[in-house]
Design a protein around this ligand. Sequence first.
Ligand code: ADP
Ligand code: MG
Length: 256
Amino acid sequence: MAENPTLLSLGNARKSFGDNEVLRDISLDVKKGEVVAVIGPSGGGKSTLLRCCTLLERLDGGSLAFGDLAVAEQDERGVAVYAGPSVLKDARSRFGLVFQNFNLFPHWTVLRNVADAPVAVQGRDKTEAEQEARALLAKMGLAAEEGKVPCELSGGQQQRVAIARALALHPDVLFFDEPTSALDPELTAEVLKVIRGLAAEDMTMVIVTHEMAFARDVADRVVFMDGGVIVEQGPADQVINHPREERTRAFLERVG
Ligand code: ADP
Ligand code: MG
């Protein structure tokens, strides 16, 4: 059987803010259909990793590619050299990002929040984009909410709108940065259920989460990050139930 293609490839990634070295030589490949959970203590660089992968921040060193599309390549000193604007624009249509705090447009209806970018960014037909947005909202259990504005929804509903919005752009890879950390437990459950459903459909996902049971259930691979490095990674059950590294063990004892 042919190996699944690699959709995301990060090599020797380095990023500092001033003197603070936040990412120190991180390499991470994600294959089509894979679900990778990133866990680790606060301040360990998880959000910065996602922000660099999604072009919200630029790497100082290392390389980044989405499939065959090279976003940044290392020069002979390891410095990240970014491609030009047209490549970056292409790359932006290969991934979606779901934030902790939903980041919906507050004055737009739910439907417009989901259907706008496919039209404005990807130049798709408006009627068709709205049809697809309605189908995505139905899949998220939000068929009745399309005419509302975000503040009329619960946090869990808003996060599901944000997931529908990301899916509407047909990403190859979907990134989540602690998608449930702003939610109460019952609202968390409905969002995790939606993400589990996407995993069952073989959506390729990188999920930063503090929900250890969820990470163990949904992820093919768990990456434990601390102090800007990947301390340990492997199959979910191994890393979470049988960690090899003392730092991983200490973290899991603290959160579990
Ligand atoms: P995590 O998501 O694992 O909690 P972050 O990536 O948010 O970690 O942060 C890692 C480190 O980078 C922290 O020390 C944080 O203060 C610093 N940092 C993150 N973003 C910025 C920024 N935009 N400017 C300066 N420092 C930042
Ligand atoms: Mg974070």
